[in-house]
Design a protein around this ligand. Structure first.
Ligand SMILES: Nc1ncnc2c1ncn2[C@@H]1O[C@H](COP(=O)(O)OP(=O)(O)OP(=O)(O)O)[C@@H](O)[C@H]1O
Length: 394
């Protein structure tokens, strides 16, 4: 906070749940002063996180006169944007794609010429390149800002060499702040790896957990929206108060699910990486990695949804033989955080670079026993029909 208040550009890495949102919002609000035009922009990788940051900003700026705004679908269709839009607000929060959409629309009134601060939350995520990455979008936003005037502040719980290198080469007068050890989990999270044998073993292990008694709220991470839907279809019949959130659900449903989970109306929330970063649900007691995370970075963020703001939390990570390649790096993170890890895991060989691409998602068997049964039935019926056909023609 002190560095930003002094007008220095910063690269900050601090553990999950340690209060980074307030650490950038407070200096922004304090430094904006009186002025005309949009003077600060905060970028987040998901709409859920943007909304949460906006809520925090409203709270922190109360009584200061600072006017925050969020780019949401509603505000875009509400005619909030127009020729004088940039004069109505001081601080704008949003995701890169919506911002670019507005920058491209001539009638949006979005003008970044008065911008003083650009904050990139979850910076390593927003720097990711490739089709699914935000890297290109971030580049377009930079080009719309005046680099001589706009100061940048990058925040994340994880530190990647790519971001650090970029900052070193591009940001003058940079202060790098690292709280604790780089790329470790929050201290308060008790972590455990559970070998479950195979896909079916995951369902059995999860049901055992429920039988023993879960203390809600619980977050369950899977690797894709398809798997999130499948797991939901399984658990919905188990008399668990469960719901699911993923990118295929309409925004209104996503908002309602988040709200219901916050209010304790949903006890178990199945989710994808969408909820892996930044989301602050108060008092999540347990995070279950139903599917093994595909990188140590993803592991750190996912389990960081519990053990926030000094509260205790627990993280269980299921693994099968398929997860062997990632086991070593994640067990090393656990060991670094002081959790007991069997020696053999730490001694596993590094996967050959050509055997598995970085962050590659593992192909897994379907979760759903119903689907499996259906497929088996179809296959058996097909063979039977073929047998009838061939004997009939013979
Ligand atoms: N000084 C403080 N004292 C007590 N609680 C705080 C303080 N600052 C922030 N918090 C609370 O801590 C929680 C976590 O804060 P925040 O969401 O900013 O974490 P974060 O560091 O951004 O985590 P992540 O890396 O997961 O995004 C929030 O509920 C927030 O209200």
């Amino acid at each position: 906070m002190a560095a930003m208040c002094d007008g220095r550009q910063v690269l900050v890495c601090a553990p999950t749940g340690s209060g980074k949102t307030a650490a950038f919002l407070i200096p922004l609000i304090a430094n904006l002063g009186v002025g005309k035009g949009l003077r600060a922009l905060v970028l987040c990788p998901s709409r859920e996180l943007a909304k949460q940051t906006y809520r925090e900003c409203i709270r922190l700026s109360a009584g200061t006169g600072v006017r925050p705004h969020i780019i949401s679908k509603v505000s875009m269709s509400d005619n909030k944007f127009g020729p004088k839009f940039s004069l109505k607000f001081d601080l704008l929060i949003g995701t890169p794609n919506r911002l670019i959409y507005l920058l491209k629309r001539e009638d949006s009134g979005l003008d970044l010429s008065s911008l003083k601060w650009l904050v990139i939350d979850e910076s390593d995520k927003l720097f990711e390149s490739g089709v699914k990455g935000f890297g290109d979008q971030l580049q377009q936003i930079y080009e719309a800002c005046d680099p001589a005037v706009v100061k940048r502040a990058l925040f994340s719980a994880t530190y990647t060499i790519d971001v650090a290198r970029w900052c070193k080469h591009n940001l003058k007068d940079l202060v790098t702040i690292i709280v604790g050890q780089r790329n470790t989990t929050a201290d308060q999270v008790e972590q455990e790896l559970v070998f479950v044998g195979n896909e079916n073993g995951k369902l059995i292990a999860f049901r055992e957990l429920v039988q023993k008694g879960l203390t809600p709220p619980v977050l369950v991470f899977v690797q894709s929206k398809e798997r999130a839907k499948e797991l939901f279809d399984e658990l919905i019949y188990d008399n668990i108060n469960v719901d699911v959130i993923h990118a295929d659900r309409p925004q209104l449903q996503r908002d309602n699910v988040v709200q219901a989970f916050r209010e304790g109306k949903i006890w178990v929330l199945i989710c994808t990486e969408l909820m892996g970063r930044g989301i602050d649900f108060k008092g999540v007691r347990l995070v279950v990695n139903y599917d093994f995370p595909n990188s140590a970075i993803s592991y750190i963020h996912r389990i960081g949804r519990t053990g926030r703001a000094g509260r205790p939390g627990k993280a269980l990570t299921f693994f099968t033989e398929d997860d062997r390649d990632s086991l070593r790096s994640i067990s090393a993170v656990m060991k670094e955080s002081g959790c007991p890890v069997p020696d053999y895991m730490l001694k596993l060989k590094k996967p050959k670079s050509n055997s598995r691409k970085r962050n590659q998602v593992i192909e897994r068997e379907q979760i759903s026993t119903q689907l499996k049964k259906k497929r088996k039935w179809k296959k058996e019926n097909k063979t039977q029909n073929e047998f009838v056909k061939t004997t009939a023609t013979a």
